[in-house]
Design a protein around this ligand. Sequence first.
Ligand code: NAD
Ligand code: UGA
Length: 461
Amino acid sequence: MITNICCIGAGYVGGPTMAIIAQKCPHIKVTVVDLNEKRIAAWNDENVLNIPIYEPGLSDVVAEARGRNLFFSTDVDAAIDAADMIFISVNTPTKTYGVGKGMAADLKYIELCARQIARVAKNDKIVVEKSTLPVRTASAIKNILDHTGNGVNFQILSNPEFLAEGTAVEDLLAPDRVLIGGDTTPEGQKAIDLLVEVYANWVPKQNILTTNVWSSELSKLTANAFLAQRVSSINALSELCEKTGADVNEVARAIGMDSRIGPKFLKSSVGFGGSCFQKDILNLVYIAKSYGLNEVADYWEQVIIMNDHQKRRFAKNIVKTLYNTVSGKKIAFLGWAFKKDTNDTRESAAIYVADDLLNEQASIHVYDPKVGAVQIQSDLNYLETRSEASNSEGVHVYDNPYEACKDAHAIAVLTEWDEFKAYDWQKIYDAMLKPAFVFDGRNILDAEKMNAIGFQYYKIG
Ligand code: NAD
Ligand code: UGA
């Protein structure tokens, strides 16, 4: 039986996943470690509301387990040494240099973890890939462990995470499935059984799926590719709807009632964001190309091309509608996070729309309930489109939505936060310049009501 778990990486996956394991398995000591001291200090903050990741319900889970059997620490070696099972949950971003730049997953953090585990481990360990990895990474990890270790035995399992941000706690409590891939040898099977036992503390056995390692690794990339492909498919149709008078919400509803298609993940939007869809599809494209499968690679790359087009055409439409110029005009942004109920902004469509509008010399005024000025500036600076000084001159951040919208020429809704629907839109209208434009990149506002107030209201599709 597993009694001591270490997780390397206290991010959006490591933190919530381990908090739930600790909550549901009080007999297991769970230690989450990270090199980032600030992040660990925030996880340990006396006020549990200050934990570094905002997820509905997460602070309650942490409050229950922290200090009992859930610990956060920067002492990576000690946690590795003590653990029977080590989850690797570090970031695997797209490479920004060298071979595979802009496409392949950067595995340097994974390799560092493998080397550290090999150096520290003095008894047999099960190493679990929780990060999303290219198919066949397990063999690289095994190679490092077996050749640099202290002669102890390692079993490598693949256990990809399928939680979505904003619903992490509910996804972890009731996952559609838990996927565990392992070696087909008896030792591999034993390691799989031990991990199954951990999840079986709260997940029904029939929802725990076991496969070989390669299927598990590839299933994670495939799941994200299929999900993102649905969004790009409906977004592609949204542009056709705008030309033909069809309504994309009605089309989505009509096709979604076909049980073979299903109603979920068909919301047309300003484009998908988040740290994973783009990264994982680019990785899939890179892998296909590396095997010479160019048609396979092109097929999936189109999902990204469509998504880039959707973000760009949203910005272009704002410029075109505002009489072909936004120079010096105040454009209010409602939302900056890549989706509601998270403070994560990675790859958020808002960043790219802002970047395009700044190129047109617009003045951007942002309100997001969970994202502050430092993050917003850093997201734009990361693009290196212009100087940091120009970004801070062009972008203003508010903690009050009515202030952000006051005297604006136009409002762009970039995130589907529920509170946006409940605003006093008459009050917002009264304080704006006229004609008052609203570009609803999430189709969350009531078109009829907006038009009745007097807005020039544009939705997607
Ligand atoms: P993240 O950037 O939030 O967290 C990763 C953490 O790992 C960071 O805090 C970093 O400091 C730490 N780290 C990196 N190298 C380290 C090392 N050598 N030792 C100790 N700590 C180290 O990333 P994330 O969003 O949690 O994603 C982690 C992985 O999970 C990625 O592969 C991602 O694709 C995958 N994933 C993410 C999500 C999601 O919703 N964010 C969902 C499913 C899968
Ligand atoms: C996604 C997957 O849903 C998770 O299963 C997976 O574990 C995770 O990626 C990952 O590997 O990181 P996440 O990115 O957190 O989760 O959030 P999603 O709900 O999938 O949304 C992704 C983006 O697509 C958001 O910008 C969202 O607004 C957009 N989206 C989603 C749409 O525009 N329309 C939709 O119908 C659904």
